[in-house]
Design a protein around this ligand. Structure first.
Ligand SMILES: [Zn+2]
Length: 264
């Protein structure tokens, strides 16, 4: 049921069979239930479908679908649907920031998010999955963050970098020696100046704990091909925290020419 292509082909190859798109939503929900039941009972499709069809109408719903047996993409779709519905309710009831406003927030499917972060065909979902892992399973998702550093979309790689070195979302202490090589490699080899720029900010925070990081920042300050990356790397080396600006802020300050160059 789970596809887990370890290579990049998985991103494009993770697409579902096109037939699913032509089914009515309700049929799709039922088909999902049938598949879940087949895994649970070992029945053939027709038998599982007959069993599902024979139940009273009101009993057929997503709520009785065991998450563990659903395809991760279905589990993710269901979660994002439920989460958006929850958000609409929050807005409707104007209950945001009351003491218990998140008490019924849907729980994210963490295992499915591990699959989605690397294999979902939509980059936006891969980002959302990395954010789920950052917030709900950071300590146990380092391998996923690491693998996502090879994502073809820069914005996905930025979230992966954040997850790899995020100390706010972890419950155990970050081992800098563990993640430094990945972060340094991103600074030295990532093809996107924006990703390298973001990496400087992450590395600057950890520089006091690792000599190799200081050396890498020093090198980037002189060797990086992007003038803004060199500028923030130098600020990081000098310990000028306030000058380690976001790529956007730096380019805005530099004027319209730099912004045009950034967009090209
Ligand atoms: Zn975080």
């Amino acid at each position: 049921m789970w596809t887990s292509e370890p290579d990049r082909a998985g991103v494009a190859g993770g697409r579902r069979a096109p037939v699913a798109r032509f089914l009515m939503p309700q049929d799709k929900d039922i088909k999902r239930l049938v598949r879940a039941r087949m895994v649970g009972t070992g029945e053939r499709y027709t038998d599982a479908k007959a069993a599902i069809d024979s139940r009273p109408r009101g009993e057929v719903g997503r709520h009785d679908e065991p998450e563990a047996t659903a395809h991760p993409q279905d589990a993710l779709d269901a979660y994002f649907r439920a989460w958006n519905a929850w958000l609409r309710t929050i807005a409707h009831e104007a209950r945001r920031n009351t003491p218990t406003w998140r008490h019924d927030e849907p729980k994210p499917p963490v295992d499915a998010a591990r699959w989605g972060a690397l294999h979902h065909p939509n980059a936006r979902v891969r980002r959302d999955c990395l954010n789920i892992l950052d917030h709900h399973a950071n300590d146990d998702s380092l391998d996923v963050f690491r693998a996502a550093l090879k994502d073809p979309v820069p914005r996905v790689r930025e979230i992966a970098l954040h997850g790899l070195a995020c100390e706010r979302c972890r419950t155990t202490e970050l081992c800098v020696t563990d993640v430094a090589p990945d972060l340094i490699r991103a600074l030295q080899t990532d093809s996107s100046a924006k990703v390298r720029h973001g990496t400087v900010g992450v590395l600057a925070r950890l520089a006091g704990r690792n000599e190799r990081i200081v050396a890498a920042l020093r090198q980037a300050a002189t060797d990086d091909e992007d003038p803004f990356v060199r500028q923030v790397a130098q600020a990081a080396v000098d310990g000028r925290r306030r000058d380690i600006r976001s790529a956007k802020a730096l380019r805005r300050r530099a004027g319209p020419a730099a912004i045009a160059a950034d967009k090209s």
